[in-house]
Design a protein around this ligand. Structure first.
Ligand code: 13P
Ligand code: SF4
Length: 300
């Protein structure tokens, strides 16, 4: 048996389900039971009946799975796989921000820690932010954390003004509007898809700003045959696998999230074998964070 086959056999023996984000290594995506974006993975986590969830992605995603399905054992192959953006605000900073804006609604991007979610009225992902944010009235003051770009994107679409925390994704910050123009020149006619974590000038230079799941759907349903992809390059594996007749070009080859690459077949195998690296969220934090996430899931 090769390592992937051993992992499948172990998953069955341990009654475990393997969930993987669209940015993980190709071989990790291929061995997983389900691959998706943050929203799809959160939904999937609520439906798991197996005893164990092995989460191949970054820590906040595994925490979200644990919060939504607290009776399951949730394991992460490398617990040091964090999200730098999620760590750009902590609970004390958010409490201080809320104290400065009494009565405001605190909204967190799902790329945030459980402690930050516990302080929030609502959670959003890039896949549902527009629909969820439409549920707030025009007079409601919104504090949006931690991603200034997703928050700016949605407030722009809805014609609102949010108080934006200055967080950002270091991987998506590597993308420039000039790089998009160069990619368009190299691949004339290709449709340009970027993630809403990109800065405004980059989003403006693109044709569509979509979550990673949204990109997969768009590529499947579009009549276009060529796409320039402005997000973490791990998604190219899934896009090419699902659309063998279409062409996908990265805007540049440098868009790698080092934390998403920390899950390997080797550490996935050992986590499954030994049941190590369990994700624990204190019950009081989980209960408060669950309210914000479940409100979001109920809307979109
Ligand atoms: P998606 O929810 O679109 O997959 O995005 C997650 C993420 O971390 C993007 O950097
Ligand atoms: Fe976080 Fe950016 Fe990596 Fe997504 S790509 S997990 S936002 S650092």
């Amino acid at each position: 048996m090769n390592l992937a086959e051993e992992i499948r056999a172990l998953a069955q023996a341990r009654n475990a389900v393997i969930l993987a984000h669209n940015y993980t290594r190709p071989e990790v995506q291929d061995v997983a039971d389900f691959t998706g974006d943050s929203l799809e993975l959160a939904r999937k986590a609520t439906q798991v009946e197996a005893d164990v969830i092995v989460f191949c992605g970054v820590y906040f995603m595994a925490e979200t799975a644990k919060i939504l399905n607290p009776g399951k054992k949730v394991l992460i192959p490398d617990p040091s796989a964090g999200c730098p953006m999620a760590d750009m605000i902590d609970a004390a900073q958010l409490r201080a921000l809320k104290a400065k804006h009494p009565g405001a609604k605190a909204v967190c991007y799902v790329n945030s820690t459980a402690e930050v979610k516990a302080e929030c009225d609502m959670c959003v992902t890039s896949g549902n932010a527009e629909k969820v944010m439409r549920t707030f009235g025009p007079d409601e003051k919104i504090l949006f954390v931690p991603d200034q770009h997703l928050g700016g994107h949605i407030s722009g679409l809805l014609g609102r003004t949010y108080e934006l925390w200055p967080g950002y994704c270091p991987t998506h910050a590597r993308l420039s509007a000039a790089a998009i123009e160069a990619a368009r020149a190299a691949h004339p006619g290709a449709v340009v898809l970027v993630h809403p974590e990109c800065a405004k000038d980059v989003r403006d230079a693109a044709d569509h700003a979509l979550s990673t799941g949204g990109m997969c759907r768009f590529a499947r349903e579009s009549a276009a045959q060529a796409f320039i992809v402005g997000t973490e390059i791990g998604i190219l594996h899934r896009l090419r696998k699902e659309n063998p007749g279409k062409a996908f070009y990265p805007v540049n080859g440098q868009m790698t999230c080092p934390n998403m690459k920390k899950t390997t077949l080797e550490n996935l195998f050992w986590t499954l074998k030994d049941g190590t690296n369990e994700v624990v969220v204190p019950a009081d934090v989980a209960d408060r964070a669950r309210t914000a996430i479940e409100r979001m899931l109920a809307i979109a």
